[in-house]
Design a protein around this ligand. Structure first.
Ligand SMILES: [Ca+2]
Ligand SMILES: [Ca+2]
Ligand SMILES: [Ca+2]
Length: 670
């Protein structure tokens, strides 16, 4: 086994943020009385020096905000501020934008206190905690990031060699098994057809909209990338403004495609330690579709300028990170500048925070206030709020990392091309839904079974690379959320935030029947006991087409290709077994017959029999008799005729012959 690779792989994927509230380290926090100890949101573990975040009483907040020089505000904290030699006290949040709403939420009471790094951090915190009007103190926890490994994809080797029809002309789309998995051995020896997010049929209905903005909270997104540039969000007043000037007066200079909250400046991706992670995530959400180059993105549009827009909220930059305050600002920025989906492939290590209460610090931390503000902000006319989506983390533990594990946030676990849990994914507590995160092939370490997306050319010369992780699974869900919203907008459907969350976690395919026995762990060669993942990967594997049908309010009927299927409508209506619900002959639209290659349609005993000869999808209205036609006294008493709309979804089964494109051993898709 290649040891170097093993080391990198073990670390690849997710950015772990070091613990914000580890069990209290007695040496880290100077002995404090019970009152002041209660004020600490977290410990000084992994904290940035020279910086503290404080939450102050209303009156002090007004004095600090109104004072010409906040370090001499006339407030009760002036004396301490002088003692620790503070150079500035600034509001964490930007009260120039949407200030009234933020004040009503108490966000104006958070301040960042900056002082020389020579001042002992814990001592400074203790001094501030002793001030009555300071109610909370948060250390600016540094984001510790392990290396993420990008393995270059060679476009010439990714050119399509088979004749199967692709929905877009992006040459590398056919290598993106995570969108449509045919179960090819060339991808993975145990590849399973249908172990994907089923986005192909979804694209027949919607491909995205350019008035939906997805904020990528991550490393900087390479906004010049050939396959991303057309789907980048653009702050027009900065794009047409003056360099070095905050043209839109939002507090950030030259934030054309977002902002670098770690270095306080332009979005960047070429510093030492930058890994291409943010650009990879962005490509999965919305690489430009059908532009004849590179890859496709889940909500990347049709090639006509209709892809969803990516906003880069950069919290990792070279060796620097934005800390707690900077991360909170990045989330606030996303809300203030129009994003309605917050894509987060970062998080604290699994188990470092015990539960929701520890994350929320009983009531709040500066990040949680920012998340709540994002969730409460309506930036899209068809969504009442903003949705927050997180990677579950790569610790291989039976608990998601925070913030993803938090009950108001969707945490995404990762499966491989074999349809099984990956060796690295977190699972069980706090995990909500699974998506394709990829996994190196066992023994050979072949990378084609990882997720293929965009990276900056300083990371991989071609601009395209494979990566694995829950980091890679997460943007599939963010992209699908964007497709759901596109479809809602196209059809004048307004979704509440609980409705969209319900649609995402309930529109899934069941992977539990596969979770028996063992699989080999790629990293150690040990075994993964699959039964320990049963019912613990969230609700199931997300299905983009089912998501759209849920937005529409239409149930899906799965139809394995190449198999004669008997459709019994009572499986979908009533208690699932009612034999008084019988179908009557209904019209199957010709376009659906053509799309799925339907043959041998037969109506028998209130059931429909048919065979689909190719994958596809279509909407049909099925008529049925409810309550049954009952004979009595020589007359028939009629049951009531009713009808319901269903979606037929035909897919390939377990495996697929590479030469003939014929399905072999069909029926594996559940
Ligand atoms: Ca600006
Ligand atoms: Ca400018
Ligand atoms: Ca493309």
């Amino acid at each position: 086994m290649n040891k170097t690779k093993l080391f990198l792989l073990a670390l690849a994927g997710l950015f772990a943020v070091s613990c914000a509230t580890n069990p209290v380290d007695e040496t880290a926090v100077v002995d404090a009385n019970a009152m002041t100890a209660k004020k600490f949101v977290n410990t000084s573990n992994e904290a940035n020096e020279g910086e503290l975040i404080i939450y102050v009483d209303e009156t002090v907040a007004e004095m600090l905000t109104g004072a010409e020089c906040a370090t001499r505000s006339g407030s009760p904290i002036d004396a301490v501020v002088a003692e620790i030699g503070a150079t500035s006290i600034k509001p964490v949040f930007n009260l120039n934008v949407n200030g009234d709403v933020k004040r009503a939420r108490g966000m104006h009471r958070w301040f960042t206190v900056t002082f020389p790094e020579t001042v002992a951090l814990e001592a400074a915190a203790e001094r501030l905690a002793a001030v009555k009007e300071v109610s909370r103190i948060q250390f600016a926890t540094a984001i510790v990031r392990p290396e993420a490994t990008a393995v270059e994809a060679d476009p010439s080797q990714c050119a399509q060699t088979r004749s199967d029809e692709m929905p877009f002309d992006d040459p590398m789309l056919y290598k993106q098994w995570h969108y449509r998995n045919l179960g090819l051995q060339e991808i993975h020896p145990q590849a399973k057809a249908g172990a994907d997010v089923n986005v192909f049929p979804a694209w027949e209905i919607t491909k995205g909209r350019n008035d939906i903005i997805v904020a990528v909270v991550d490393e900087g997104v390479c906004y010049e990338h050939e396959d991303l540039v057309d789907n980048m969000w653009v702050n027009e007043s900065e794009a047409n403004g003056v360099e070095g000037v905050d043209d839109d007066n939002n507090g950030y200079v030259d934030d054309v495609h977002g902002y670098n909250f770690a270095h306080n400046g332009r979005v960047s991706w070429t510093r030492s330690k930058d890994s291409g992670h943010g650009t990879h995530v962005a490509g999965t959400v919305a690489a430009v579709n059908n532009n004849g180059i590179g890859v496709s993105g889940v909500a990347g549009g049709s090639g006509n300028g209709d892809g969803v827009r990516i906003m880069s909220c950069q919290i990792l930059s070279g060796e620097k990170d934005a800390g707690s305050g900077g991360t909170a600002k990045a989330i606030e920025y996303a809300a203030d500048m129009g994003a309605c989906i917050l894509q987060n492939s970062w998080g604290f290590g699994a188990g470092q925070l015990a539960n929701d209460s520890a994350f929320a610090n009983g009531s709040t931390s500066v990040e949680l206030d920012a998340f709540h503000y994002f969730m409460a902000t309506k930036n899209n006319p068809n969504l009442e709020g903003g949705i927050v989506i997180f990677a579950a983390g790569n610790d291989g533990k039976a608990v998601a990392g925070y913030p993803g594990a938090y009950n108001e946030i969707i945490a995404v676990t990762a499966i491989g091309p074999d349809g099984l849990p990956t060796y690295y994914t977190n699972y069980d507590r706090g995990c909500n839904v699974a998506a394709t995160g990829g996994e190196y092939a066992p023994i050979t370490w072949a990378e084609q079974s990882c997720v293929l997306s965009t990276v900056p050319t300083n990371i991989a010369k071609s601009g395209y690379a494979y990566m694995q992780g829950t980091s890679m699974a997460c943007p599939h869900v963010s992209g699908i959320a964007a497709l759901a919203l596109s479809y809602a907008m196209d059809n004048n459907i307004v979704l509440t935030l609980p409705e969209l969350k319900d649609i995402i976690v309930s529109s899934v395919n069941n992977i539990n029947p596969y979770l028996t026995g063992f699989k080999t762990k790629v990293d150690t060669g040990g075994t993964l006991n699959l039964s320990s993942y049963n019912n613990k990967m969230g609700t199931g594997l997300i299905d983009a087409y089912k998501v759209l049908m849920a937005v529409r309010g239409t149930k899906c009927i799965p139809l394995p290709v190449g198999e004669e299927v008997i459709i019994n409508i009572s499986s979908y209506i009533g208690d699932g077994t009612n034999d008084k619900i019988k179908m009557v002959e209904s019209e199957i639209p010709q376009e659906v017959i053509d799309a799925l290659g339907i043959e041998n349609i037969k109506w028998m005993g209130g059931k429909l029999m048919l065979t689909c000869t190719k994958p596809g999808s279509g909407i049909v209205t099925l008529k049925y008799i409810a309550g049954g036609n009952t004979k009595g006294g020589g007359q028939i008493t009629g049951g009531m005729q009713a009808e319901q709309e269903f979606a037929f979804v035909a897919r390939y089964g377990v495996a697929y012959d590479e030469g003939t494109l014929e399905p072999i051993n069909p029926g594996g898709w559940l």
